[in-house]
Design a protein around this ligand. Structure first.
Ligand code: CMP
Length: 145
């Protein structure tokens, strides 16, 4: 977890395109309840099948989302980078992670546990809308495969 000040963290979030859709007040809300964490390259962030209840917003860096087939081979679902988020599925329904996520380069995340997400939504309801839109797109894509 970073020792950077809250002000620095707001500036860093604002530099990411996705977050420019949010107002200063909405960013302040996220910043006040999220935890910032940096992982080195090739680190395991989420493991398919494990429990978890946090959503990860990518502030900087790049990750690979993948599942294992029956032979344990990796099937890459998506590469995500700054402004994208992942982990929203288990954050919402408290079921095991649907995929694994590892860093392709050193990456910094703003992490929201379910309780933190609820606080965000109470204070800035538009954030729920943005997460739901991405969820809908991912369901659509998954159905097509
Ligand atoms: P969750 O199931 O909590 O943990 C793994 C995450 O990988 C999942 O939430 C999504 O954020 C992400 N994910 C799973 N499947 C896909 C997909 N087809 N495309 C993009 N991201 C995905």
């Amino acid at each position: 977890t970073s020792r950077r000040s809250l002000g620095d963290r707001t500036m860093a979030i604002k530099a990411v395109p996705f977050f420019t859709q949010l107002s200063d007040r909405e960013l302040d809300v996220i910043r006040s309840v999220s935890v910032e964490k940096t992982f080195p390259k090739s680190a395991v962030v989420l493991t398919e099948g494990e429990m978890g209840d946090s959503l990860y917003m990518i502030q900087s860096g790049k990750v690979k989302v993948f599942i294992g087939d029956e032979d344990g081979r990796e099937i890459i679902l998506k590469i995500l980078s700054a402004g994208d988020f992942f982990g929203e599925m288990s954050m919402m329904d408290k079921q095991p992670r649907s995929a694994s996520v590892t860093t392709l380069e050193a990456s910094t995340f703003q992490i929201l546990a379910h309780s933190a997400f609820e606080k965000c939504v109470e204070q800035a309801p538009r954030i729920a809308n943005m997460v739901m839109r991405v969820l809908a797109t991912r369901v659509r894509e998954a159905d097509r495969k």
